[in-house]
Design a protein around this ligand. Sequence first.
Ligand SMILES: *[C@@H]1O[C@H](CO)[C@@H](O)[C@H](O)[C@H]1NC(C)=O
Ligand SMILES: *[C@@H]1O[C@H](CO)[C@@H](O)[C@H](O)[C@H]1NC(C)=O
Ligand SMILES: *[C@@H]1O[C@H](CO)[C@@H](O)[C@H](O)[C@H]1NC(C)=O
Ligand SMILES: *[C@@H]1O[C@H](CO)[C@@H](O)[C@H](O)[C@H]1NC(C)=O
Ligand SMILES: *[C@@H]1O[C@H](CO)[C@@H](O)[C@H](O)[C@H]1NC(C)=O
Ligand SMILES: *[C@@H]1O[C@H](CO)[C@@H](O)[C@H](O)[C@H]1NC(C)=O
Ligand SMILES: *[C@@H]1O[C@H](CO)[C@@H](O)[C@H](O)[C@H]1NC(C)=O
Ligand SMILES: *[C@@H]1O[C@H](CO)[C@@H](O)[C@H](O)[C@H]1NC(C)=O
Ligand SMILES: *[C@@H]1O[C@H](CO)[C@@H](O)[C@H](O)[C@H]1NC(C)=O
Ligand SMILES: *[C@@H]1O[C@H](CO)[C@@H](O)[C@H](O)[C@H]1NC(C)=O
Ligand SMILES: *[C@@H]1O[C@H](CO)[C@@H](O)[C@H](O)[C@H]1NC(C)=O
Ligand SMILES: *[C@@H]1O[C@H](CO)[C@@H](O)[C@H](O)[C@H]1NC(C)=O
Length: 778
Amino acid sequence: MNQYLPLLLIASCLFFISHSQTTSNTSSQHRCLPEQSSALLQLRKDNLKSLNGLVLSGNLSMEIFHSILNLSQLVHLSISSNNFHGQLPSTLGNLTKLISLDLSNNLFHGEIPSFLGNLTQLEYLSLSNNTFDGRFPILLTNLTKLQNLDISINQLIGPIPCEIGKLPQLSYIDLGSNSLSGSIPSSLFTMPSLSSLYLYQNHLTGPLKFQNISSSPLQTLFLSGNKLYEPIPRSISNFSQLEYLALSSINVKGMMELNIFFELKRIKYLRLSGNNLLISKGKVNSSLPKFGLLYLSSCNLREFPDFLETQNELVSLDLSSNKIEGKVPKWFWNVGKETLQRLNLSFNLLSSFEQPLKVLPWKNMAYLDLRSNMLQGMLPIPPLSTNYFFASNNSLTGRIPPMICQVNSLQVLDLSNNQLTGQIPQCLGKFSTSLAVLNMRSNRIQGKLPKTFIKGSNLRTLDVSRNQIKGKIPRSLAKCIKLEVLNLGNNNMNDIFPFWLESLPELQILILRANGFYGPIRSPRTNVSFSKLHVIDLSHNNFSGRLPSENFKTWNAMLMVHGKINSKPEYMGDDSGYYEDSITVMNKGIEMELVKILTIFISIDLSNNRFSGEIPNTMGNLKELIVLNLSSNSFTGPIPSCFGNLTELQSLDLSQNKFLGEIPQQLTSLTFLAYLNLSHNQLIGPIPQGRQFGTFQNSSFEGNLRLCGFPLSKKCENIETTTFWPSQESSFGEGFNWKVVMIGYASGLLVGLVIGHVIISRKLDWFARTFRVNLHIQ
Ligand SMILES: *[C@@H]1O[C@H](CO)[C@@H](O)[C@H](O)[C@H]1NC(C)=O
Ligand SMILES: *[C@@H]1O[C@H](CO)[C@@H](O)[C@H](O)[C@H]1NC(C)=O
Ligand SMILES: *[C@@H]1O[C@H](CO)[C@@H](O)[C@H](O)[C@H]1NC(C)=O
Ligand SMILES: *[C@@H]1O[C@H](CO)[C@@H](O)[C@H](O)[C@H]1NC(C)=O
Ligand SMILES: *[C@@H]1O[C@H](CO)[C@@H](O)[C@H](O)[C@H]1NC(C)=O
Ligand SMILES: *[C@@H]1O[C@H](CO)[C@@H](O)[C@H](O)[C@H]1NC(C)=O
Ligand SMILES: *[C@@H]1O[C@H](CO)[C@@H](O)[C@H](O)[C@H]1NC(C)=O
Ligand SMILES: *[C@@H]1O[C@H](CO)[C@@H](O)[C@H](O)[C@H]1NC(C)=O
Ligand SMILES: *[C@@H]1O[C@H](CO)[C@@H](O)[C@H](O)[C@H]1NC(C)=O
Ligand SMILES: *[C@@H]1O[C@H](CO)[C@@H](O)[C@H](O)[C@H]1NC(C)=O
Ligand SMILES: *[C@@H]1O[C@H](CO)[C@@H](O)[C@H](O)[C@H]1NC(C)=O
Ligand SMILES: *[C@@H]1O[C@H](CO)[C@@H](O)[C@H](O)[C@H]1NC(C)=O
C-alpha cells in the first residue's frame, strides 16, 4: 500500500542512540529518553536538513515531532504506531514538500488540522486508527495530487463532501469505521481513478445512485455495516471492473435479490451476510460469475442455493446461521471440490447427507464448521487436509472412526454434545503434534483414555467430561507441556490425585469433578507446583485427608494481585479465535456453564469429598480467589480469620462441615461477597454485622445451634457483644451498608466472570440475577 518506502529508514530512536554512542550500553538501549533523542536530532540538524525520507517508530516524544518540523526538505514522513497522543500542532512548519505522510496507529485527537490543506504535493495520506473527530475536512478536497487517502478507524461525523469526487488522481479511499452519516455522494462512483472505496461501519444511508459508471475503474467497494434502507439498484451491474463487493448487514428494506450481482462480470468476492436474501430458482446458468469468496450467513436461506452447483472456484463459503434444513444434497460434494478451504454450514437445521461419504471430499479444506445442526448418523471424517473441524452440537451416533487419526493436520477437533459411543481411538493421543484442542464433552464415550500422549504435543485443551470413561489418568499426559485445560469431570474414573501433572507449566484449569478419585492430595514436590492453575474442581469424589498447607504457597496464579490489574483479562481459547474454552461451574444449588472463561476467573471447589482437619492458614494467601467451595467435607477447627484477606471473594460455601467457634469478624471485609453459606456446622456466638452481612438470609447460617444475631431471630445475650454491635452499626449505618453492597455487586461483576454465559439454574437467585446484569453491561 505504501509505495513510498523512505530513502532513509530510521527505525526508532533506539537507532539514534545506538549510533551516537560508540560505546553504547546495551541495556540502556531498551529505553528511549525523549530529551536525549530530541537533543540528538538537534545536534544532527545540519545533516538531517537535507533528509528527504524519515520513518520513526517506537515510542517517541512530542519533542521529536516538533524537531522534525524543521526538516524542510522532507518528502516522506511516517510516524506510525508511536503512541503519540494529543492534538497535532496547528502547523507543519516548513514541511511543505511532503509527498507522503503517515500518522496512523497513534492516539491523536481533535479535528483534522487545516494545514494539511496546504500540503499541495501530498499523494499519500494516512491518519488511520487515531481518535480524530469532527467533520470530514473539506480542505482535503484541495489536494489535487492525492492518490491514497486513509482516515479509517477514527470518530469523524457528518457527511462525506461530494467535492471529494473531483480529485482526479485519487485511487484509494478508506473511511471505514467512523461515524459518518448522510447519503453516499454519487460523485464517488464516477471518479476517474478510484479503484478502491471502503466506507464500511458508518451511519451512511441510501439511496445509492450509480449513473455514468460504466467506465469506472472501481474494483473494490465495501459498504457493510451501514444503514442504506433503500435497495441496491440494478445499475450496480454496470461497474465493469468490480471484483470485491461487501454489502453485509446494510439494512435494506425488503428482500435483496441475489441475481443483480450475477451480471457483474468480474465479481469474485461477495459478502451479503445479514441481509434478507432472495435467490430465484431455476436453470443454473453456466455464464454466472465464478466466485472465490461468498458469504451468505444470516440471510434467511431455507435451502442450498442451486447456483452453487457450478461454482468450482470457491475458496471460502459461508452459509452459516440460516434455516437450511434436511439433507446436504449429493451435488454439494462437487462445490469447490478442488479449491474450497473454508466451509461454514454451522447453525442450520441440517439432518444428514444425501450421499454419506466416509471422508468428505474437498482436497484443500482447512476450516470445516458443521456445528449446531441436527446431523445424525456416523461422524463424517473431514478431508485429510483439515486444520479445524467443528461437529459439536449435533446428534451424531456410533463410534469415533479410528480413521480420524489420518487427518493429522488437525489443530482443533470439537465433537462435543453428540451421542457418540465406543472408546476414544487409542491413536488420538499420539496421531499428531499439531492437535491443540480435543473436545469430546457430553457424549456417551466409554472405555479408557488413550494411554500414549507424545512428547512435542501441542495439546492445550483436553475435554472429555460428561462421558462414561473409566480407569486412570494416563501418566503420559505429563508430556503435554502446553496443556492449559484438563477437564475429566463427570466420568467414572478411578485414580489418585494426579500430582504428576504439577509440573505442567501452563495448566490453568483442572477439573476432576464427579468421578471416583480417592486418597489424599500430596504436598507439592517442587515450588512451581500448579503455578498457573486458576480453576480447580475436585468436587464429588472420595478425596480424603488434610489439605497440605504447602499447596497454597505454590499456586501463584491465585496468590498475587500483580498482573491482574495491569494485564487485560482474556478469554481462554486457541490462538485462532475460533475455539473458546468453556466449563461448568457448580455452586450450591446452581450449575452454570461459562461459555467463555476469563483468565482472571479463580475458583476452588473441593466440595463433597472426605477432606478433614483444619483449613491451612496459607489459604488466606490466595488473594485472587473468587469462588471457594469446601462444603460437605469433614473440615474442623475454626474458620480461619485470614479468609478476611480474600478480598475478591464473591462466593464462599463452607456448609456441611464441622467448623467450630465464632465466625471471624474479618469476613465483613469481603465487600464483593454475594453468596455465603455457613450452614450445618458447629459455629457459635454472634454473627458479624455490617456490609455484605446485611444481605444474607437465615439459610446462610441455619443448622448452627449456637449462633445468634441478625438475620437469625435468636438475640445475642452476651453483654460484651451487645456493646460491640452498636458501634459497628454507627460506623456502617443503613445507607452505607447498601452502598457497599451495591458496589460489591456491580464492580465485582464488572470484573465479571463471564459474558454470554448460559445459566442452567434450578432457582433464580443472586448468581442468576447478577449475571444478567453483567450480560446487560456488555
Ligand atoms: C549498563 O547500564 C545498566 C543499567 O543502567 C548498569 O547496571 C550496567 O552496569 C551498565 N553496564 C555497563 C557496561 O556500563
Ligand atoms: C510508551 O511510553 C509511555 C509513556 O512514556 C509508556 O507508559 C509506555 O509503556 C511506552 N510504551 C512502550 C511500548 O514502550
Ligand atoms: C527550528 O529551526 C530554528 C532555526 O534553525 C530553530 O530556532 C528552532 O529552535 C528549530 N525548532 C525546533 C523545534 O527544533
Ligand atoms: C522555516 O521557514 C522560515 C520561513 O520561511 C525560515 O525563516 C526558517 O529558517 C525555516 N527553517 C528551517 C529550519 O529551514
Ligand atoms: C491501532 O493502533 C494500536 C496502537 O496504537 C494497535 O495496537 C492496534 O492494533 C491498531 N488497530 C488496528 C485495527 O490497526
Ligand atoms: C496555508 O497557506 C496559506 C498561503 O500560503 C497561508 O496563508 C496559511 O496560513 C497556511 N495555513 C496553514 C494552516 O498553515
Ligand atoms: C482550495 O483551493 C482554492 C484555489 O486554489 C482556494 O481558492 C480555496 O480557498 C482552497 N480551499 C480551501 C478549503 O483551502
Ligand atoms: C451522465 O453523462 C451524460 C453524458 O456525458 C451527462 O449528460 C449526464 O448529465 C451524466 N449524468 C450524471 C448523473 O452525471
Ligand atoms: C448501464 O448503462 C447504460 C448506459 O451506459 C444504461 O443504458 C443502462 O440502463 C445501465 N444499466 C442499468 C442496469 O442501469
Ligand atoms: C444467463 O445469464 C446471462 C447474463 O445474466 C443472460 O444473458 C443469459 O440469457 C442467461 N442464459 C440463460 C440460459 O438463462
Ligand atoms: C461459522 O459461522 C459461525 C456463525 O456465523 C461463526 O460463529 C463461526 O466462527 C464460523 N466458523 C468458522 C470456522 O469460520
Ligand atoms: C491476613 O490476615 C491476617 C489475619 O486476619 C492478618 O494478620 C494478616 O496481616 C493478613 N495478611 C495480609 C497480607 O493482608
